[in-house]
Write a protein that binds this ligand. Structure first.
Ligand code: FES
Length: 100
């Protein structure tokens, strides 16, 4: 498991970008009290989704306003058509972890 952050670093409806060793960015979300993690890089271009906006359970990309379902990673709005990778989250000792 890979540790991302402490649970209390997360704020509702905000996105925390965590950079793993090797530069892989993960976006961490607190949505209605539940924590989710996805790749940070948009599947359409070189945008960091952590700089986007959360709308209705979706992350809206700051570049071309495509969007993804935060819970499933499904592409929801053009120009995004490739699903975003999501990660199962586990909380251990107050910290958010994912299996890579
Ligand atoms: Fe994200 Fe184009 S880079 S929608």
């Amino acid at each position: 498991m890979t540790r991302l952050c402490a649970v209390d670093e997360l704020d509702e409806d905000e996105i925390l970008r965590v950079e793993l060793d090797g530069g892989h960015g993960i976006a961490v979300y607190l949505l209605d009290g539940e924590i989710f993690a996805t790749d940070d890089l948009c599947t359409h271009g070189e945008a960091s989704l952590a700089e986007g906006e959360i709308e209705d359970g979706k992350i809206v990309c700051p570049f071309h306003l495509g969007s993804f379902d935060i819970r499933t990673g499904a592409a929801c709005a053009a120009p995004c058509s490739i699903a975003l990778k999501t990660y199962a989250v586990e909380i251990v000792d107050g910290a958010v972890h994912i299996a890579m």
